[in-house]
Ligand binder design. Structure first.
Ligand SMILES: NC(=O)c1ccc[n+]([C@@H]2O[C@H](COP(=O)([O-])OP(=O)(O)OC[C@H]3O[C@@H](n4cnc5c(N)ncnc54)[C@H](OP(=O)(O)O)[C@@H]3O)[C@@H](O)[C@H]2O)c1
Length: 347
């Protein structure tokens, strides 16, 4: 018997929501059922863009309750600014919907804990949309990390920097929208660090030291960070993240016998190189099947249909661990967000 079509709703019809809708439109077993935004015209335009010939039109709402109370909605994709994720995710979990929420899930770990608790209480699936962990290339990298070619793992170096036009009210620079380099892009450096350690060593060793150099924007959010995570025995991950700077955005994974290089935009990489200290280099290319979002969407539907509340690929504990690191980095950078006052740590 074929499975019932999975009905998605989008909250926050901005730029990344189009990529999500494009993947849903090309995947089997699901459709975009509704979209919710604050601006009726923009929301209607999004619904019109992604309505498919021969199918019911995508519903356009300005009231999130219309999505949460619609029994036809199976899953909600939240793609608002970071500071606005928490309330929409909580409402969706309370309504029993499966939730795929854009990174960063929330501005701090305490808010993350509350959402994880809500996922457990309401037995509703929750996953942060860390799509990098689902990319085909990363499956090959995992095999390289496990087969021992690196010898001892020595460290990682990565950058994720882009020069955003300065606008104090934008989601990138506004403290009220939980802007800043860390939640917007640094999360990828941290996630990649944890992913490499998990696949090379089987676990993330405890941090023995954390060094942070920060450059703040006029709004008080971090515009740029240089971070060194120290795991002891000389094993480090060093990265730069910024919203006011250009960088090559590569990742190098360094071992005693060679290096793995992701030569461009490591978080969405389709190409990697193995550069041995001796011998021939090797390059692999693994293109996306659709646009890179397909596997996180499939995983959400698989888990929701199986009645699971979290995925082994991006489990709740992983999201909370990254949020915990980000809390510590922000504290060392001297950045205190309004969300840290509204949701102080209870840990
Ligand atoms: N996975 C990726 O590769 C990727 C890439 C870029 C961004 N992202 C993530 O996706 C999320 C959205 O980013 P984006 O670049 O798509 O942002 P965006 O273009 O600004 O879109 C955000 C949408 O959220 C809605 N919204 C709801 N409450 C809002 C508020 N208080 N202020 C402003 N907008 C509000 C807006 O629609 P209405 O005005 O109609 O409500 C807007 O269209 C962020 O979490 C970001 O980190 C992920």
């Amino acid at each position: 018997m074929s499975e019932r079509t999975f009905h998605w709703a989008v909250i926050g019809p901005g730029s990344i929501a189009h990529r999500f809708a494009d993947a849903v439109a090309q995947l089997d077993g699901c459709r975009l059922h509704a979209v919710c935004g604050r601006d009726a015209q923009r929301t209607q335009a999004f619904a019109g863009r992604w309505s498919q010939p021969g199918e019911p039109a995508v519903l356009a709402h300005t009231d999130p309750a219309a999505v949460m109370n619609d029994p036809a909605v199976d899953g909600v994709y939240v793609a608002t600014p970071h500071g606005q994720h928490h309330d929409y995710v909580l409402a969706a979990l309370r309504a029993g919907k499966a939730v795929l929420c854009e990174k960063s899930l929330v501005p701090n770990q305490e808010m993350g804990r509350r959402l994880v608790e809500a996922s457990r209480t309401h037995r509703a699936f929750l996953m942060e949309a860390v799509w990098t962990r689902f990319l085909p290339l990363y499956q090959d990298l995992a095999a390289w990390l496990r087969d021992g070619r690196l010898g001892a793992l020595r460290g990682m170096q990565s950058s994720f920097c882009f020069p955003a036009p300065y606008d104090p009210d934008s989601r990138i620079f506004s403290p009220a929208l939980a802007g800043g380099a860390l939640l917007d892009v640094g999360i990828y450096n941290l996630t990649a660090t944890r992913w490499v350690l998990q696949h090379a060593l089987g676990e993330v060793p405890p941090l023995v030291d954390l060094a942070v150099k920060a450059r703040l924007a006029p709004t008080g959010v971090e515009a740029g960070l240089a971070v060194t995570l120290d795991f002891g025995d000389g094993l480090t991950s060093q990265f730069q993240c910024a919203i006011d700077t250009f960088a090559p955005n590569t990742m190098h994974i360094l071992g005693e016998a060679g290096a793995i290089v992701l030569p461009e935009t490591f978080w969405e990489a389709t190409r990697a190189q193995w550069l041995p200290a001796r011998g021939d280099s090797e390059t692999i290319a693994r293109p996306f099947e659709i646009n890179g979002f397909e596997n996180e969407i499939r995983e959400t539907m698989r888990c929701a249909r199986a009645g699971e509340i979290e995925s082994p690929v991006v489990p709740h504990a992983e999201t909370l661990a990254v949020l915990g690191w980000m809390d510590r980095i922000r504290a060392l950078a001297g950045v205190r967000s309004p969300f840290d006052d509204a949701f102080p740590s209870s840990a």
